[in-house]
Design a protein around this ligand. Structure first.
Ligand SMILES: Cc1cc2nc3c(=O)[nH]c(=O)nc-3n(C[C@H](O)[C@H](O)[C@H](O)COP(=O)(O)OP(=O)(O)OC[C@H]3O[C@@H](n4cnc5c(N)ncnc54)[C@H](O)[C@@H]3O)c2cc1C
Length: 412
């Protein structure tokens, strides 16, 4: 019969395309609906266009990286982990490699390779696809799923998989419809936070360091109850704060705290983890090599000039002076500031630039073995729309693919 499906998948991201492929292999009549004109709009932007598909962590370590909700992924990862993902892509013609021994990319380093391969596989399996079609609502019959309502028609289906993603980067499709659908059927959506995004600081001095990059910086929260929150990686200054790989991971923890505390004091070590004594010795060694050298010159091998000047400003230090000519107190202060630079985070740049969303459809109401709703028969979830978010490094795509794989099985 026309227009009647076994399953409708809403959203053609990593999760939705995988779910549709798996469902059709289960001999289901599948319709994949995407509101944008092309499949996988967000997938295209991943990894700066290179698509960091997954990583090589064992399942336990992988789950731990998602925090307390991570365990929910256990069944899905046991059935479809990074090795299965690599094999899946190999079978559909995509070779992958692991240049740093950890992160997995297509060898082409081009996310279009991934989208094209998934698209070809959907076509080969004759999955029906409707692009430029927005789902407006879900249809119910006797408290069970009965299809979806789009702008043009009602489409009947006994199962619907919500794969609508999070709220980040709305220009790539993220408008939060999945949360709305789930809520309307009695599901709980936890508080949603923008995550993996640049942070804004109270201190204005950062502007003078704009675009300066610090390799291997360490950031930590300086609040008594949250001292354990730390992140390591490359840091980049912006005109009003900080960004870069270390900030992406760190911001996942910061945005919920910002709501609670208003501002978050942090400490940054931008000198490769050297402590006060080591920095003191470094400066002394440098000045003994060249007795006329200034503080600016003594720190030049560790930090960009503009950053040194700003840190000296914070420590009331004249950077044109020789270290040994500074007062004892000033030296101590400088060494302290260089090893533990204080910064106050007061805001973030908003969902528009958030790579992922923290929070989502409550996991308590989803069966981890099937991704099926515990509330409505025939309703399934996969990908970022659920209350799970991982750090930077292929975690979130792996989860989208693993959960899409399980949801596509439709309880089989
Ligand atoms: C710039 C950027 C870079 C990233 N890089 C990486 C990376 O390298 N590695 C990694 O692991 N993660 C990365 N992420 C995170 C990762 O992309 C996401 O977690 C993942 O793509 C989520 O997949 P998804 O299928 O759940 O949702 P999405 O990919 O967001 O797909 C959801 C789809 O649903 C569609 N949709 C929504 N509502 C409707 C509706 N009502 N009707 C019809 N269609 C609808 C949307 O248009 C969209 O195409 C990155 C994110 C961004 C923004």
């Amino acid at each position: 019969m026309k227009n009647i499906y076994d399953v409708i998948v809403i959203g053609s991201g990593a999760a939705g395309m995988m779910a549709a492929i798996v469902a059709v292999k289960e001999n289901k009549k599948v319709l994949l609906i995407e509101q944008q004109s092309k499949l996988g709009p967000k997938l295209k932007a991943t990894g700066g266009g290179k698509c960091n598909l997954t990583n090589t962590l064992d399942n336990d370590t992988f789950m731990r990286s998602f925090g307390k909700n991570g365990k929910f992924m256990s069944d899905a990862l046991n059935k479809f982990d990074y090795k299965n993902l690599i094999e899946f892509f190999k079978q559909i013609g995509v070779e992958t490699h692991i240049p740093d021994g950890f992160r997995v990319f297509p060898t082409t380093h081009n996310s279009l390779t991934i989208i094209d391969a998934l698209k070809k596989e959907l076509e080969r399996l004759e999955v029906e696809i409707k692009t430029d079609t927005k789902v407006l609502d879900l249809l119910l019959k006797y408290e069970e799923i009965d299809g979806v309502k789009t702008e043009n028609e009602n489409i009947v289906s006994s199962n619907v998989i919500i794969a609508t993603g999070g709220l980040g980067y709305s220009k790539l499709g993220a408008l939060g419809d999945g949360y709305k659908f789930a809520k309307s059927l009695g599901h709980t959506v936890t508080k949603l936070y923008a995550a993996m995004l640049p942070l804004i600081s109270e201190e204005k001095w950062v502007a003078s360091c704009k675009a300066d990059t610090i390799a291997k910086a360490e950031l930590k929260v300086d609040l008594p109850k949250h001292k354990k929150l730390k992140a390591n990686g490359d840091l980049i200054f912006t005109s009003n704060g900080i960004r870069g790989p270390v900030v992406l991971d760190f911001s996942r923890e910061i945005t919920p705290l910002l709501e609670k505390y208003g501002k978050i004091p942090i400490l940054m070590n931008m000198v490769k983890g050297l402590n006060e004594e080591q920095i003191f010795n470094h400066i002394k060694n440098e000045s003994s090599k060249n007795p006329q050298s200034t503080v600016l010159e003594n720190l030049a091998s560790l930090l960009p000039q503009s950053v040194i000047k700003e840190l000296c400003g914070l420590a009331n230090t004249d950077f044109t002076k020789r270290f040994k000519d500074l007062e004892g107190q000033i030296r101590e202060k400088l060494v302290k500031i260089v090893t533990n630079t204080p910064l106050t985070i007061i805001d973030h740049v908003g969902f528009e630039k958030a790579m992922i969303t923290r929070g989502g459809i409550s996991l308590k109401e989803i069966n981890p073995k099937t991704m099926q709703s515990k509330i409505i028969k025939g309703l399934y979830f996969c990908g970022e729309v659920m209350d799970l978010d991982g750090p930077c490094g292929g975690y979130n795509l792996q989860w989208a693919f693993s959960s899409g794989y399980i949801a596509g099985k439709l309880n089989n």
